[in-house]
Design a protein around this ligand. Structure first.
Ligand SMILES: *Cc1c(COP(=O)(O)O)cnc(C)c1O
Length: 397
């Protein structure tokens, strides 16, 4: 068996990269170095802290333009944004939605909130995202087209949508996945909650179709809590806005609501934070990419491990820098994590695959052997913007 770097070699490499930063070093912490105080203070001074105010409109405009989308709707968090987007894309109770098993639990929870059933498929090693080849053969094995609907022959349920995830900020193989969605008549929703600022073929993630972002405290920019859907589709945008703002018809004073809807709108206070954070995104990206490059060099040539680079044709935001072992070894993961934590480096394993969680154990699924292997090969390294600053402008730590 190929040897894998010892835990002390891993700790030493991470320490070389993060240098003398104060311990403990967390996995990903927010950075407030712009207009945050001024914008939030102006909300408080003007009294516009809640469900109306100019920062909401401005954040939606700025976000849409930063990812090349025509529209954005900002909401209270990414989970709610996925939920609302699924409903607007036509997902109905009893439908199945295909998602990866190797993702954060919110991806699956939002499907269940829409009354639908998560159907898990496998991941591939260049992006950690959905494997298009495995997806295609899985659909050919279990699905059938009938009267314009794709049915799962094993469960009898319609398969309505495909939701790939850009894991750790690395864009997944979207061209191939979009082609499969098209062939099978599935709605496509990108879970890009981790991938704001990443690009693919030179275009920002979020510029095509319909895409969800998160601004939770651990993401690349934060609004405290928050999320958004971006879309090119005018009708979908209107529907989304209506459904997430209690379906209130526009009127200066009357309260007329035309359906049971949601109060998912982002408060102005949070949007103020979002505007200030988004202004700093280019700098955050530069810092995180420089940090990732430093990790890549620090681990270069080490036995049996490497830093997962931006997939071909993409420029990742490196939301979480990923150390990947060549083979699955749970004891190596446990031992290395313990050594890293002992050194004040608060690294994390990847999420427990969702099909192994008690509430999703009996869900429909494809073969998930790659996912199960990756779950025993991955350690996420400290990835905060601040850690990359010493590497900007060609300087080294
Ligand atoms: C963060 C995240 C979400 C959910 O976002 P929240 O804003 O925390 O609700 C969904 N999917 C993935 C993959 C995430 O990382």
């Amino acid at each position: 068996m190929t040897p894998i770097a010892t835990s002390s070699e891993v700790v030493a490499a991470v320490e070389r990269v993060v240098g003398s930063c104060k311990r403990p070093i967390s996995l990903h912490e927010p950075r407030f170095s712009g207009q945050e105080n001024a914008y939030v203070k102006s909300c408080i001074d003007d009294g516009w802290v809640s469900s109306a105010g100019e920062f909401v409109n401005r954040f939606e405009r700025d976000l849409a333009s930063s990812c090349g989308a025509r529209h954005a709707v900002v909401m209270v968090n990414g989970t709610c944004a996925i939920h609302a987007a699924l409903l607007c894309l036509g997902v109905q109770p009893g439908d199945e939605v295909i998602i990866p098993s190797l993702t954060f639990v919110a991806t699956a929870n939002a499907v269940v909130h829409a009354g639908a059933v998560p159907h898990f498929v496998d991941a591939e090693s260049t992006t950690l995202g959905m494997d298009p080849l495995a997806l295609r053969s899985h659909l050919e094995a279990i699905a059938v087209r009938k009267d314009g609907t794709t049915l799962n022959r094993l469960t009898g349920r319609p398969i309505r949508a495909l939701m790939p995830v850009h894991i750790f900020g690395h864009p997944c193989q979207l061209d191939s996945l979009a082609a499969i969605a098209e062939e099978w008549g599935l709605a496509l929703l990108e879970d890009a909650t981790e991938a704001l600022g990443s690009t693919q073929h030179g275009q920002p993630v979020g510029h095509r179709g319909t895409t969800v972002f998160s601004f939770n405290g651990n993401k690349i920019i934060t609004t405290g809590g928050g999320g958004a859907v971006t879309t090119q589709d005018e009708d979908l945008y209107r529907r989304l806005k209506h459904l997430t703002t209690t379906a209130k018809q526009a009127h200066a004073w009357a309260f007329m609501h035309d359906e049971v809807a949601y109060n998912y709108r982002m408060p102005n206070l949070n949007a103020a934070l979002g505007c200030a954070q988004l202004e700093q995104l280019p700098g955050f990206l530069a810092s995180k990419r420089a940090l990732a490059q430093a990790y890549i060099e620090a681990f270069d040539g080490m036995d049996g491990v490497r830093i997962l680079p931006s997939p071909p044709g993409t420029d990742s935001n490196y939301w979480l820098v990923t150390l990947m072992a060549d083979r699955a070894d749970p004891a190596w993961i446990e031992g290395t994590l313990a050594a890293l934590h002992a050194a004040g480096l608060l690294c994390r394993p990847v999420w427990q695959p969702l099909h192994q969680l008690p509430m999703y154990r009996d869900n429909p699924r494809a073969d998930l052997s790659s996912t199960e292997s990756f779950a025993q090969r991955i350690i996420n390294l400290p990835s905060s913007v601040v850690l990359g600053l010493p590497y900007l402008n060609g300087a080294s730590a």
